[in-house]
Design a binder for this molecule. Structure first.
Ligand SMILES: CCCCCC/C=C/C(=O)SCCNC(=O)CCNC(=O)[C@H](O)C(C)(C)COP(=O)(O)OP(=O)(O)OC[C@H]1O[C@@H](n2cnc3c(N)ncnc32)[C@H](O)[C@@H]1OP(=O)(O)O
Length: 384
């Protein structure tokens, strides 16, 4: 869904709002600035990198102001996420004159032109896949690979991780499985645009299919039969944090932080954390995290029992992978049977908790609290 949203935004603002290009050739007296404006619109189509939702909303708003003047359209409904964010951006411009809007549009596009793009950050390093799966020395590594989006997890990525876990659980050559992130983040959790591209069944359908996918995804972690290790290379948010309660070891860089801002997002705990977190750290600390959204440092998370060990960032990768390579040489069947002994008494409970949490979230995703939070994130009115 996120990819579809990006593709949609990558269209020129004209295409986004369905305007034919010829509509711009309206006045011979405005030809010079009109020409710049048209060139700028063509430049937008040639941008190599997605400039991000904030910039795209600005471009959209300036385009509308330049061509139609102040926003006097009726405000879209709460459920119409994308059009509401666009309407908000256009409306925020107020009564800016058309010519100023046109100039601002041209200036903004020129600041995004290929020469300024080349000085920007690199998006993806090892491959173009959003989830990269590799196997070496008995270790299956599942790496989240959307560094420019802080490894936010799209619907497709949930499915890919799930398939990778299913495959590796049956692969005799795979002894331990590792989840990690590429870039400065481990993961910023659920991609908040997962809920914005509405199918014919509307937000209710999104909530229903999301809830089923969430339940299947988390079930797969509950049932995973071999040692499962999280290599938390940087900050973790939302579901990337809650799932850690289902891992067998969690190694964290001292740069990592652990943040579950569910209430701020109008959402509720998932990943079985409503059960595992109070068990791991006691109800008082779990409530601070899961209800009040308190962010923990790596050392705090380690003191609370959520993290196994913290390493200095400078030696993190070297130390952790050396240790994992040694672990992967241990007798695999002994590790698998020990894991079964340690975990099997809890499995039924965990599946029941997962079902409850997924149902609760289905309701939350339809709530005004949650919709407002997502709209705020998309229009960048607020940051966590
Ligand atoms: C099947 C469905 C299962 C659902 C399970 C339920 C799961 C729930 C959760 O996981 S709740 C947690 C959701 N995550 C968040 O709320 C985090 C949102 N992101 C942020 O707050 C910030 O981006 C940040 C603190 C992670 C990083 O801030 P900063 O360093 O300032 O970077 P940017 O904000 O500029 O981010 C760069 C770039 O990445 C995009 N991005 C980051 N996180 C997400 C995200 N979770 N969803 C979508 N997009 C994200 C951000 O928009 C920027 O993109 P841009 O450059 O603007 O295109």
């Amino acid at each position: 869904m996120a990819a579809r949203l990006v593709r949609r935004w990558c269209l020129s603002p004209l295409q986004v709002v369905g305007f034919p290009v010829v509509q711009l050739h309206t006045s011979r007296t405005m030809r010079a600035s009109q020409k710049d404006f048209e060139n700028a619109m063509n430049q937008v189509k040639l941008l190599k990198k997605d400039p991000g939702n904030e910039v795209k909303l600005k471009l959209y708003a300036l385009y509308k102001q330049a061509t139609e003047g102040p926003c006097n359209m009726p405000k879209p409904g709460m459920l119409d996420f994308i059009n509401k964010a666009k309407w908000d951006a256009w409306n925020a411009i107020g009564s800016l004159p058309k010519e100023t809007a046109r100039k601002n549009y041209v200036d903004l596009v020129s600041s995004l032109s290929p020469s300024s793009e080349s000085s920007g950050r690199v998006d993806k390093e090892p491959g173009s896949e959003s989830v990269v799966i590799t196997s070496e020395d008995g270790i299956t590594k599942i790496m989240l690979n959307r560094p420019a989006q802080k490894n936010a997890i799209t619907i497709q990525m949930y499915q890919e991780i799930l398939s990778a876990l299913e495959a590796t659980s049956k692969d005799d050559n795979s002894v331990i499985t590792v989840l990690t992130g590429n870039g400065d983040y481990y993961s910023s959790g659920n991609d908040l645009t997962n809920f914005t591209n509405l199918p014919p069944g509307g937000i209710e359908e999104v909530a229903k299919t999301g809830s089923i996918l969430l339940r299947d995804f988390v079930d797969c972690f509950i049932d995973f039969p071999k040692p499962l290790i999280a290599v938390v290379n940087g900050p973790a948010v939302g579901i990337a944090v809650t799932l850690l309660g289902l891992f067998d070891a969690v190694y964290a860089s001292d740069r990592a932080t652990f943040h579950t801002p569910f209430t701020q997002l109008g959402q509720t705990a998932e990943g079985c954390s409503s059960y595992t977190f109070p068990k791991i750290m006691g109800p008082a600390k779990a409530i601070e995290m899961l209800i009040f959204g308190k962010k923990l440092t790596a050392h705090e998370a380690c003191a609370q029992g959520l993290v196994t060990e913290v390493f200095p960032d400078s030696t993190f990768q070297k130390e952790v992978w050396a240790r994992l390579k040694a672990y992967a040489k241990l007798p695999p069947n002994a590790m698998r049977i020990s894991k079964e002994l340690i975990r099997h008494n809890e499995k039924e409970k965990l599946h029941a908790v997962n079902a409850e949490e997924s149902t609760a979230l289905q309701g939350r995703w339809l709530s005004e609290e949650c919709m407002n939070a997502i709209i705020n994130f998309l229009s960048r009115k607020s940051k966590l």
